[in-house]
Design a binder for this molecule. Structure first.
Ligand code: C2E
Ligand code: CA
Ligand code: CA
Ligand code: CA
Length: 278
C-alpha cells in the first residue's frame, strides 16, 4: 500500500514501512506455523431461534503466535492468500474441523454439521473435490455434516461455479453462500446455483433495529430464500433487539456474540455438551 505524494509520486511512510516489515515477519513465521502446531480452530455455535438448540458450528481459524499471542484470521489469511500458503492452511482447517466434528459425534455430541470457510483460490483449485473426499474418508465424517461457506465474489464465472458446485453436491456436502448481500451476484443466477443456504452478512444486521432500509433488505433476503427453498441464517447478532427483528421476520437460524463467541473445542464441550459426554 502506498500513499499518493503531492507531486503525484508515491512514497512509503514510516507507518507503512512498519506494516511492511510486520507482514514480512508474519509471512516468515506463518510458513512454520502449521508444522509447529500454532494454528487453532475455534468454533462458533449456531442456534435455532425458536428452541435455542445448537444447529451447527462455524470453524474459524486462529493463529496462536509464539510472541504476538492469538491472531485473528483477518491478519494472516490475506498473507496466506498472497503467498499460496492458503492451500496448506485451508486443507489443514478442513481436516481439523472434520476430525473434531467426527470426534464429537462419536462421543455423543449433537449430530450437527460444521461449516468451513473456503477461499476463492481453494474453490477454484482443480483437485478440490478429490481432496475433500479424501478428508471425509480419512476422518470418517459423513458428508452431510460438512458445510462449505463460499462467497458471491467467488462466482464471477457462473458456468464454472455451477459445475464446481454440482461436483461438491454429488459428494453430499452442503453449501452456504456467506456474506450474502455484499457481493454482486445476479439474482437470476441464484436459482441456478446448487446451494443450500444463504448467510445474511453482519453489515445488514448491525443497525437492523434502527434502520428501516436494513430491515427491508433483510426481510427481502429471508423471503427470497424461503421462495427458493433455501435455508437462511443471520450472522453477527449481538443484541436482543436485533434478534427480535429477525425472529419477527421469520429468520430461524442465528449466529452471533449474543448467543456465543467463537470458542475453543474444549470450551464448546464445557458450555454446550453434557459434562459426562466427552
Ligand atoms: P466470516 O466468515 O464472515 O466470519 C464471521 C466473523 O465474524 C468471525 O470473525 C466471527 O468471529 C465474527 N463474529 C461472529 N459473531 C459476531 C458478532 O456477533 N459480532 C461481531 N462483531 N463479530 C462477530 P473472525 O473469526 O475474525 O474471522 C474473520 C474472517 O476470516 C471470516 O469472516 C472469514 O472470512 C475468514 N476466515 C476465518 N477462518 C477461515 C478459514 O479457515 N479459511 C478462510 N479462507 N477464511 C477464514
Ligand atoms: Ca463465514
Ligand atoms: Ca466470509
Ligand atoms: Ca461476514
Amino acid at each position: 500500500v502506498k500513499k499518493q505524494g503531492k507531486n503525484g509520486h508515491q512514497f512509503y511512510t514510516p507507518e507503512l514501512e512498519d506494516q511492511l516489515i510486520t507482514n514480512i515477519e508474519l509471512e516468515t513465521d506463518l510458513r512454520k506455523a502449521i508444522e509447529r502446531n500454532e494454528l487453532v480452530v475455534y468454533y462458533q455455535p449456531q442456534f435455532h431461534a425458536e428452541n435455542n438448540r445448537m444447529i451447527g458450528v462455524e470453524a474459524l481459524v486462529r493463529w496462536n503466535h509464539p510472541t504476538k499471542g492469538m491472531l485473528s484470521p483477518g491478519l494472516f489469511i490475506p498473507i496466506a492468500e498472497e503467498t499460496g500458503m492458503i492451500f496448506e492452511i485451508g486443507t489443514w482447517v478442513l481436516r481439523e474441523a472434520c476430525r473434531q466434528m467426527k470426534l464429537w459425534h462419536e462421543h455423543g455430541g449433537p449430530l450437527i454439521p460444521v461449516s468451513v470457510n473456503l477461499s476463492s483460490q481453494q474453490f477454484h483449485q482443480s483437485n478440490l473435490v478429490a481432496y475433500i473426499k479424501n478428508i471425509l474418508e480419512e476422518t470418517g465424517l459423513e458428508p452431510k455434516y460438512l458445510e462449505l461457506e463460499i462467497t458471491e465474489s467467488m462466482m464471477m464465472d457462473p458456468a464454472v461455479s455451477i459445475s464446481i458446485l454440482q461436483e461438491l453436491n454429488k459428494i453430499g456436502i452442503r453449501i452456504s453462500l456467506d456474506d450474502f448481500g455484499t457481493g454482486y451476484s445476479s439474482l437470476s443466477y441464484l436459482k441456478k446455483f446448487p446451494i443450500h443456504k444463504l448467510k445474511i452478512d453482519r453489515s445488514f444486521i448491525t443497525d437492523i433495529s434502527i434502520s428501516n432500509s436494513d430491515k427491508a433488505i433483510v426481510a427481502t433476503i429471508i423471503s427470497m430464500a424461503q421462495n427458493l427453498k433455501l435455508d437462511v441464517i443471520a450472522e453477527g447478532i449481538e443484541t436482543k433487539d436485533q434478534l427480535d427483528v429477525l425472529t419477527k421476520n421469520d429468520c430461524k437460524e442465528i449466529q452471533g456474540y449474543y448467543f456465543s463467541k467463537p470458542l475453543s473445542a474444549e470450551e464448546v464441550e464445557k458450555s454446550f455438551f453434557e459434562p459426562s459426554r466427552i
